[in-house]
Design a protein around this ligand. Structure first.
Ligand code: PLZ
Length: 446
């Protein structure tokens, strides 16, 4: 249906980064947009397709960030573009709670079927990850009639008032933005690289610390939900040790607590499973999704046990734009792409290339303290060689070098020392390997 020809999937630099047009345009950015906004790479984008971003100076940049894990199906994926065009011509908005339409229902049917567990499920669509997390908390509190929410060290759940309270890191997310919502309790996270205890018993020890804190300081009967990212994203791609998530899910079940998996960054094939909790066969009571769900359009969802999702009175949930028909059309196109192109297998394949290359770099450069993650969600934590002291300067230097060579990588981490990789799942092997060779050069240049 579209007439645009796609960009060649190759890196090409025709100016320095940023080029003259971007430099000019970024002056207008500074003049016109809030100083509170960050910027990962100083270029202005004109077009993008799959894993290539084209800036206004004509540079083609390899995208290893996917707009923070959003364009897993590729930028402007064909099935997304086609369905969006069809929908935008049919109608743009009615508000689902005013006059419903089919593609909202179809997206919910898909989510109910795709998310882990064979039990009866229902879904709610909203606009952003933070809004989905907020709604999951609302519903869990309503269902359990309990106030407390348990979250983890290093967690990230959003920037609204409640989700700032749920998020761990102060700077930049919370500094000066309080007071925060009450009844949020933070418990220890088994971050193995920095764990001071015995690695052999990390899971048991961490579960003991978490459940002791809940039992003694909160009271399990006061807890509505335990909320956790199956692999922590902004915190630095922290993978919980084997057995931790299943034990938390069991503790939740035993105590009538709603177990919520925040799959906003990990979901939709990213980790080599459709959802990251599948790695250990965990079935959450609720799954929160966003980002990869709709190939770049703003959409998010809460999918959960039907009895929980139906416990709210009619009109207790909603929002003007939640599940907008154009975003739903995009989601159907994105989900179809994941299924037809078997992006779960593709993420595993990317994981093999990424994992082996990053481990080879770690052998070569002692500034890389750890390689971790799963599938197409992997990261390296940078340290002062032979210590575990964070090396933010090295992270910044590596990122800057990659940018100057036309490779976009993102950072993360509580200690601001993690370089993370979230390539589109449709990236070609050649393009990925080209980007990884630039990364090698970046470390060599340190
Ligand atoms: N839960 C696990 O990763 C968003 C944040 C980008 P929204 N992560 C990217 C930034 O700097 O604001 C995220 C997440 C997890 C929730 C969210 C929030 O999703 O769509 O950004 O609201």
């Amino acid at each position: 249906m579209t007439t645009l020809t796609n960009l060649t999937q190759e890196r090409r630099l025709v100016t320095a980064i940023p080029g003259p047009k971007s430099t000019e345009a970024l002056k207008r950015r500074t003049e016109a947009t809030s100083g509170g906004l960050g910027m990962a790479i100083p270029v202005v984008i004109e077009r993008a397709s799959d894993a290539i971003l084209l800036d206004i100076d004509g540079n083609q940049i390899i995208d290893l960030g996917s707009g923070i894990g959003v364009t897993g199906v590729g930028n402007s994926a064909q099935r997304v573009v086609d369905r969006v065009i069809e929908q935008v011509q049919a109608f743009t908005h009615t508000c689902f709670t005013v006059a419903p339409y089919m593609n909202y229902i179809e997206v919910c049917e898909k989510l109910n079927a795709m998310t882990p567990g064979a039990h009866k499920k229902k879904s709610l669509l909203v606009n952003s990850g933070a809004e989905a997390v907020e709604n999951a908390v609302k519903i869990a509190r309503h269902f359990t009639k309990r106030p407390a929410i348990v979250v983890f060290e290093h967690s990230y759940h959003g920037r609204t008032n409640l989700t700032m309270a749920l998020t761990a890191k102060n700077m930049p997310y919370k500094e000066g933005f309080g007071p925060f919502a009450p009844e949020v309790y933070r418990v220890p996270m088994p971050y193995s690289f920095h764990w001071v205890g015995d690695q052999a018993t990390i899971t048991e020890d961490a579960i003991e610390m978490v459940t002791h804190k809940i039992d003694k300081e909160i009271g399990a009967h006061n807890v509505a939900a335990i909320l956790i990212e199956p692999i922590q994203g902004e915190g630095g791609f922290i993978v919980p040790p084997k057995g931790f998530l299943p034990a938390l899910a069991k503790y939740s079940k035993d105590n009538g607590i709603i177990f919520i998996a925040d799959e906003v960054q990990t979901g939709f094939a990213r980790t080599g499973h459709m959802f990251a909790v599948e790695e250990e066969g965990v079935v959450p009571d609720m799954v929160v999704t966003a980002k990869g769900i709709a190939g770049g359009l703003p959409l998010a969802a809460v999918t959960g046990r039907a009895d929980v999702m139906d416990s709210v009175h009619a009109s207790g949930l909603g929002g003007t734009y939640g599940g907008n028909p154009i975003a739903c059309a995009a989601a159907l196109g994105a989900i179809e792409t994941m299924e037809e192109e078997n992006l779960v297998a593709r993420a595993q394949h990317i994981g093999e290339i990424l994992g082996s290359s990053l481990r080879a770099l770690a052998k070569k450069y002692p500034v890389i303290g750890e390689v971790r993650g799963r599938g197409a969600m992997q990261a390296i934590e940078l340290v002062e060689p032979r210590t575990k002291n964070p090396n933010t300067a090295a992270m910044n230097a590596v990122v800057k070098y990659c940018q100057s060579q036309g490779v976009l990588v993102l950072t993360a981490g509580t200690y601001s020392n993690v370089v993370r990789f979230l390539p589109p799942l449709v990236i070609t092997d050649e393009l990925l390997k080209d980007a990884l060779s630039v990364l090698d050069d970046a470390f060599a240049s340190l």
